[in-house]
Design a protein around this ligand. Structure first.
Ligand code: C2O
Ligand code: CU
Length: 557
């Protein structure tokens, strides 16, 4: 891991990105289900710590490899090395990213693809797969962004300048109009007379075939929609689980989600086609949207042309109902031993999402508490009963004030906190995410994609307004999809269920990087007593109050 100069969107001024082995985005890791993945991270960032989270991998048996600073491990210091060693148990489309401060926004991410075991088959066939790792990009450095957000008064970082596909986008450049198949020109080029050109990503396909597009979003902020000119897509996988296939003209994808779609190519292609990526859920303002080109191999070796057509228009960003309809189409695949949720839950937690002031600072809070991560990783603090490492005396609230009006800005300040929801091992937990109005603006509620570490959950339902007990009657217990990230729509609620059967300490948070930075998350723990302390790498806990544990063992030897 190393900072390097780059201009992912061909902006004339280069910025800093965090590269891995000299590349941005980081290299794609490809494994087979059941493989042991060993990644050695060497921190060459000079002045800041780093960790890598393996988004969507459950880390069963290796909770210390989850890569969350202050939760599963200590940040890896500059010059230090840490080895992640974990099993990828389920095939699917995943990714990895930084999980310390706002390093994901600094470009610390890459794809992680898990293929089925040898001899096993996917429930669909395809010729070849393509990988789309989507992200968004700001020209301001991530350090400036963090300072803006943390200030008093609060300064919003604004919408991203550019959307990126596999780390490339178009900001200050025009597409090169003719691209030969074998030009290996860099993404950005400046001609002799100073004109800036850039090359879009090109997918080469053959007629009458089926291709799998693996699409994952690691955006810091934007919710996206992807459309392919003249082609439909069949959605077959979501967050590493197979779904009942359905066909769409365009696909919604929120930060933290991943999908596979099948793309059927035509028999007689006449053209090259645009692939468009647009913003939904928030006003994109001046964001430069993403584009790629789908091109058919033709008998004549004509160079690829930039299509003369207009890229397909992605849907209106304000149309939350359309997005909700899309989300509801995602259900577990029929007749495929998709695991079903337990019929009843043992505990229900309702989490109210609000934007609040705390001493004049603007924060996000859950049941009025804004998360501040402690210096000692929870995994060690709980394992060794270090009660002073975090607020271990209090239990975070299971619900919010029933009189709270979700249609108005909050009337009171929130508080900071870092207490833990602890679950009895193997119990079934329901979480209801409840949205509300933001600060200062009436009739405004934001979209939040929530991501759970260490588990998949079943998405039992979505609703408008306040969740009521009766809403439970409409939960989908028949074929709810398994996901690790789910959207909380403006002014609504989302219900999910999971079984607390994975010993460890797990973050559950909004996947919007600035929101998490401003406290929008909670901490879950279960079965920590079942973790064998000898298996936890010493370096994982060599900080905070757990630092002395190592010294004590050393002294005893
Ligand atoms: Cu992809 Cu806790 O995040
Ligand atoms: Cu959020």
């Amino acid at each position: 891991m190393e900072y390097m100069f780059a201009s992912p969107d061909c902006n004339a001024v280069e910025g800093l990105v965090i590269g891995i082995n000299g590349t941005f985005p980081g290299p794609t890791i490809r494994a087979k289900a059941g493989d042991r993945v060993v990644v050695t991270v060497i921190n060459k960032l000079h002045t800041e710590g780093v960790v890598i989270h393996w988004h969507g991998i459950q880390m069963r048996g290796t909770p210390w490899a989850d890569g969350t600073a202050s939760i599963s491990q200590c940040a890896i210091n500059p010059g230090e090395t840490f080895v992640y060693n974990f099993t990828v148990d389920r095939p699917g489309t995943y990714f990895y990213h930084g999980h310390y401060g706002m390093q994901r926004s600094a470009g610390l991410y890459g794809s992680l693809i898990v293929d089925v075991k040898d001899g096993e088959k996917e429930p669909f066939n395809y010729e070849q797969d393509f990988n789309f790792l989507l992200s968004d990009w700001w020209h301001r450095s991530v350090h400036e962004q963090a300072v803006l957000l943390s200030g008093k008064p609060f300064h919003w970082i604004g919408e991203p300048q550019t959307l990126l596909i596999n780390g490339t986008g178009q900001y200050d450049c025009t597409w090169k109009t003719e691209l030969t198949d074998n030009t290996s020109l860099n993404h950005c080029e400046t001609s002799k007379d100073g004109e800036r050109f850039c090359k879009p990503l090109i997918l080469h396909v053959k007629p009458n075939k089926v291709y799998r597009l693996r699409i994952a979003s690691t955006t810091a902020l934007a919710s996206l929609n992807l459309a392919i000119e003249g082609h439909k897509m069949e959605v077959v996988e979501a967050d590493g689980s197979y779904v009942e296939p359905f066909t769409v003209d365009n696909l919604d994808i929120h930060s933290g989600e991943s999908y596979s779609v099948l793309l059927r190519t035509m028999g007689l292609p006449s053209n090259d086609y645009w692939i468009s990526i647009g913003v939904i859920g928030r006003d994109p303002s001046n964001t430069f949207l993403g584009q790629a080109i789908l091109t058919y191999f033709r008998p004549t070796h004509k160079p690829v042309q930039i299509p003369t057509t207009k890229p397909p228009q992605t849907p209106d960003w304000k149309d939350h109902n359309r997005s909700l309809e899309f989300a509801k189409k995602i259900v577990a695949k029929k007749n495929y031993n998709s695991p079903k949720p337990p019929k009843i839950s043992d505990r229900r937690i309702i989490l109210l999402n609000t934007q609040n002031y705390i001493d004049g600072f603007t924060k996000w809070a859950i049941n009025n508490i804004s998360l501040t991560l402690p210096p000692t990783p929870y995994l060690g603090a709980i394992k060794y009963g270090l009660n002073d490492a975090f607020d271990s005396k209090n239990k975070p609230p299971e619900n919010y004030d029933p009189n709270y009006n979700i249609s108005n800005p909050p009337l009171t300040d929130a508080t900071f906190g870092n207490a833990v929801y602890d679950f009895e091992f193997n119990t079934t937990i329901d979480v209801i995410l409840q949205n509300a109005n933001v600060l200062n603006k009436i009739n405004t509620s934001e979209i939040h994609p929530w991501h759970l570490h260490g588990h998949d959950f079943w998405v039992l339902g979505y609703g408008e307004g306040k969740f009521r007990d009766e809403d439970e009657e409409n939960f989908n217990l028949e074929n709810p999809p398994l996901k690790n990230t789910v959207v909380l729509f403006p002014n609504g609620w989302t219900a999910l269920r999971f079984v607390a059967d994975n010993p460890g300490v797990w973050a559950f948070h909004c996947h919007i990087e600035p929101h998490l930075h401003l406290g929008m998350g909670v901490i879950f723990a279960e079965g920590v007593d079942r973790i064998d302390e000898n298996e936890i790498p010493k370096e994982a806990l060599a900080c905070g109050l757990t630092a002395t544990l190592n010294l004590q063992t050393a002294a005893r030897l």
